[in-house]
Design a protein around this ligand. Structure first.
Ligand code: PNS
Length: 188
């Protein structure tokens, strides 16, 4: 019997419920699915690759045929290395289509034996993206129901650290001038 292995490549910074929905759908369609996190040295991610991997591993622990991995370089090269024959990608709205079509055709040009399979996440996630989740979380909005609880928790921790860092910077900025006024008083 034919065994179909697919990869689901992406940035997953952070992984969302939309990603999880697609992983679940993919796990039913393919015999094996590898969630492959791109290590992109040109991007400054919010979460390290190790953090993203941990989150995705926890999110997918219940799926027997799903694993999580990381890769560098071309997606098609990675797919060949792990002997996958399909690339899974999600399309949420028509706005995703142009970019996804371009990537799929480029990947086909690079490696004609690999098929890109598009799946639609549940409608309730059609507006959810990692970029918006990051932005809303950074500005203090609620991201409940858009990401799994453990991702929400990790985001909250990140924001707390960022706020503490900002507070410390503000204090550090104020301190020298306060120091100056004190030393002026001493001289007088
Ligand atoms: O989650 P993203 O950021 O939309 O995922 C994009 C990703 C990782 C699938 C794409 O950027 C990619 O495949 N990058 C690896 C480098 C590569 O193969 N580039 C050519 C793509 S046609």
């Amino acid at each position: 019997m034919k065994h179909i292995k697919a990869i689901y490549p992406g940035s997953f910074d952070p992984p969302t419920n939309g990603h999880l929905d697609l992983i679940e759908r993919g796990s039913k369609l393919f015999d094996e699915l590898v969630v492959a996190i791109l290590q992109n040295p040109e991007k400054q991610p919010l979460f390290s690759v190790a953090d993203r991997r941990r989150m995705l591993e926890a999110m997918t622990a219940d799926f027997d045929n799903v694993s999580v991995d990381t890769f560098e370089g071309l997606t098609v090269d990675y797919a060949l290395r792990v002997e996958a024959t399909a690339i899974l990608r999600g399309i949420r709205a028509i706005s995703d289509y142009e970019y996804e079509l371009q990537m799929a055709l480029m990947n086909r040009k690079l490696q004609p034996g690999l098929e890109t399979v598009f799946m639609l996440p549940a409608e309730k996630y059609s507006y959810v993206s990692s970029r918006l989740v990051r932005e809303v979380a950074q500005l203090g909005g609620s991201i409940a129901c858009l990401v799994p609880e453990l991702v929400e928790q990790k985001l909250r921790e990140k924001m707390d650290v960022a706020h503490k860092f900002e507070d410390a910077e503000q204090i550090a900025k104020k301190t020298p001038s306060e120091g100056k006024s004190k030393s002026r008083k001493k001289k007088a």
